[in-house]
Design a protein around this ligand. Structure first.
Ligand code: ACM
Length: 516
């Protein structure tokens, strides 16, 4: 915990080592740099003129400044004045002789203005170059998904992740909470889910139970919300259900699925979703829906009777009925259902958000858009951060690799999508599956700097993006990670940086990385 706090503080203070060159990530839409500098000192006050108390108090805490009521100079002013035309997450930032003014209409816009300001402050001197910045994001959904089932990452690790996301203006943390290896969310009504279902992980099926209590999860959600990050829960169904069915065998449909023929399966999942909605204010509830193995459903007499009784033609139709029933339940309770792209085949209602992950199935994206769905782009290439960063890392698995540059370029869309449908794309998400990621330093190594590349791809318009130039802006950040012992992939030294990440402390189990 202490290491995280120190790391986070130092990053705040030292971000922008070469502030004169404006090492801002993500790169703002418009920057003007008149000559001159303003310096923060102990007298500088933060003034709020708008609904920005939370943003001002975060900034005051980080910069160790007091708030004030009025000041013509030596102040940081957060104001709605002059912000009438600004969109939901947009801001304008001006630094001149009087100090700093951040104009925004919404608290999110003010927060992003503060994040840019933090990156502009030169450490030590606390000088800030005169600038005029006008900025707004390319995409509304700028996400990171973390799989906490295969290996558990605890509350301090998640908070650290949230801090980094906030630095880069990412705004959705999607938690993959349940899978075959473990169930990681306390559900009060079903204590066995965490007594038994949270036992084990991908490396060790007998590892002691680890999960988020309701209170821990609520604390994470509140911490993220202050930083304008929505925590989106995923409860995977009807497949990837092995931990739940181990804990509650009466729900077992075989092959790590829930049993689709039993009423109690739906009662159980509805109760779980209700409790999940109590814990998570997220407008979206992700119900997974991916990779359902129908082998045991196809062989089950109980399932055959269910098909016959309901007039369904096959288990695929049953799978669709399962997903749509649960999506309907989520919708009836005022939330929007979301799922992986397999569920497009089940013809869900058009409001259902589709996460397009199978880059080799562009037809799923095409169909999702044609059917009117909002879509989050998460194609394995280049959005899966469990794939290695480097072609020289053959043993890290999955055969494909995603370089920071590929992430920066962003997903390739199939040609011919009508421009009106492109507007249904909410944004992008980097997915950190953790079968092969078991420790925090290795997790850091897998996300740094791809998370920064993702953030700029998600925020900055295409015509402003240039990977070589981005790489130079990344340098101070990389130096900091290296000084602080934060795992970091260095493309100029792939073998050395992997070796270093492995030495940080524990090594990823199940991998033979002896050549490094
Ligand atoms: C997935 O990778 N199964 C969504």
């Amino acid at each position: 915990m202490r290491r995280f706090l120190v790391a986070s503080l130092l990053l705040v203070i030292t971000f922008g080592v070469k502030a004169a060159e404006l090492d801002l990530i993500p790169l703002p839409v418009e920057i003007e740099q008149p000559p001159g500098q303003f310096a923060l000192d102990t007298q500088t006050v933060i003034i709020v003129d708008g609904p920005f108390t939370n943003e001002a108090s975060l900034l005051a805490g980080e910069l160790q400044l007091a708030s004030g009521n009025s000041a013509d100079k030596n102040r940081i002013l957060l104001t709605t004045r002059g912000a009438d035309q600004l969109g939901d997450e947009a801001y304008r930032l001006e630094v001149n002789q009087q100090g700093v003014t951040i104009h925004a209409l919404s608290p999110a816009g003010a927060f992003y203005g503060c994040q840019t300001l933090r990156q502009l402050i030169e450490p030590g001197t606390r000088k800030i170059p005169f600038v005029k910045i006008a900025d707004a994001p390319r995409y509304a959904w700028r996400g990171l998904m973390l799989d906490v089932s295969r290996h558990f990452f605890d509350e301090p690790a998640i908070r650290q992740m949230i801090d980094w996301m906030a630095d880069y203006k990412l705004n959705r943390l999607h938690l993959h909470l349940t899978d075959d290896q473990a169930w990681r969310l306390q559900i009060a009504r079903y204590p066995k889910l965490t007594q038994a279902g949270a036992r084990g992980d991908y490396s060790d099926t007998n590892a002691p139970p680890r999960f988020f209590t309701r209170a821990q999860m609520q604390a994470i959600i509140a911490y993220a919300a202050r930083r304008h990050i929505v925590v989106v829960p995923e409860i995977d169904m009807p497949g990837h259900a092995g931990a739940a069915t181990r804990a509650l065998p009466q729900l077992d449909g075989g092959m790590n699925t829930f049993n689709p023929a039993r009423a109690e399966t739906y009662d159980f999942l509805q109760n779980v979703v209700l409790e999940t909605m109590e814990i998570f204010p997220s407008p979206w509830i992700h119900l997974g829906g991916d990779e359902v193995d129908l082998t045991s459903w196809n062989q089950s007499a109980e399932v055959a009777r269910k098909l016959q009784a309901s007039g369904m033609k096959d288990t695929q139709q049953l799978e669709g009925g399962f997903v749509n029933r649960m999506a309907g339940f989520i919708r009836e309770h005022g939330r929007t259902p979301a799922g992986w792209d397999e569920i497009v085949a089940t013809k869900p209602e058009a409001d259902t958000v589709i996460f397009w992950w199978r880059h080799n199935k562009p037809e799923m994206l095409i169909r999702a858009l044609a059917d009117g769905h909002p879509v989050v782009l998460t194609p394995r290439s280049p959005c899966y951060f469990d794939y290695p960063q480097d072609r020289s890392y053959p043993e890290i698995g999955w055969k494909l690799f995603n370089t920071p540059e590929a992430v920066y370029r962003g997903p390739a869309l199939p040609p011919g999508i009508p421009p009106a449908q492109l507007k249904q794309i909410l944004g992008v998400e980097g997915c950190v599956w953790t079968e092969r990621i078991a420790t925090v330093p290795y997790l850091e190594f897998m996300i740094m700097p791809r998370m920064a590349a993702l953030a700029e791809m998600a925020w900055t318009p295409g015509e402003r993006r240039d990977f070589a130039q981005f790489s130079t802006r990344l340098k101070p950040f990389q130096d900091q990670c290296q000084q602080l012992g934060i795992g970091y992939y260095d493309e100029t030294n792939p073998v050395g940086s992997l070796r270093k990440a492995r030495q940080l402390p524990a090594v990823v189990p199940k991998l033979s990385l002896s050549q490094y």
